[in-house]
Design a protein around this ligand. Structure first.
Ligand code: SME
Length: 156
């Protein structure tokens, strides 16, 4: 991308529009996944995990774009997703081969960022992005994805 700030600004607007659309919740979330995966070359798998309302300490896979994954339910504390949910903060792993508590989806994945989605200060879900590149994520990605999570929180 020529200027990632500009692109993230543009994507933020497109995501805002998608979230204001007519579709149901999952339709909107799928659109967000598609916008992120199709417009940022190093976002190779983009998905949402939602906290199971009945079993508060488990994440359930929601809409996603990319390869199918066997990790459709993840307990809090397990893998990068479970750790981010338990601790309630963004987990950025620039090289997954160095992370011991990691659930592998595909050998192509080299790095991952997981951003929690909060409602009333509680984690209600998260945005998960896998990349086939090593160390692709910058502070700008992190700030942008936090913004996206805040926007998504409004429809959850
Ligand atoms: N790698 C994740 C599991 C989910 S997949 O990336 C889609 C983890 O370690 O929690």
């Amino acid at each position: 991308m020529a200027d990632s700030r500009e692109s993230f600004e543009f994507l933020t607007k497109r995501i805002d529009e998608a979230l204001k659309g007519e579709e149901d919740r999952d339709g909107k979330l799928r659109k967000v996944c598609r916008l992120l995966k199709d417009n940022v070359p190093y976002y190779n798998w983009v998905g949402f995990y939602i906290v199971d309302e009945k079993r508060r300490n488990e994440l359930v896979l929601g809409p996603f774009e990319g390869e199918r994954t066997e990790h459709t339910r993840i307990a809090f504390g397990r893998g990068i997703c479970g750790q981010a949910a338990q601790i309630g903060r963004t987990f950025l792993v620039q090289d997954v081969s160095k992370e011991k508590n990691y659930l592998s989806c595909s050998t192509n994945v080299k790095s991952e960022i997981v951003v929690p989605i909060f409602k009333n200060k509680k984690v209600i879900g998260e945005l998960d992005i896998d990349s086939h590149a090593l160390s692709p994520f910058t502070n700008q990605d992190e700030a942008f994805l936090k913004r996206v999570s805040e926007m998504v929180s409004r429809i959850l």
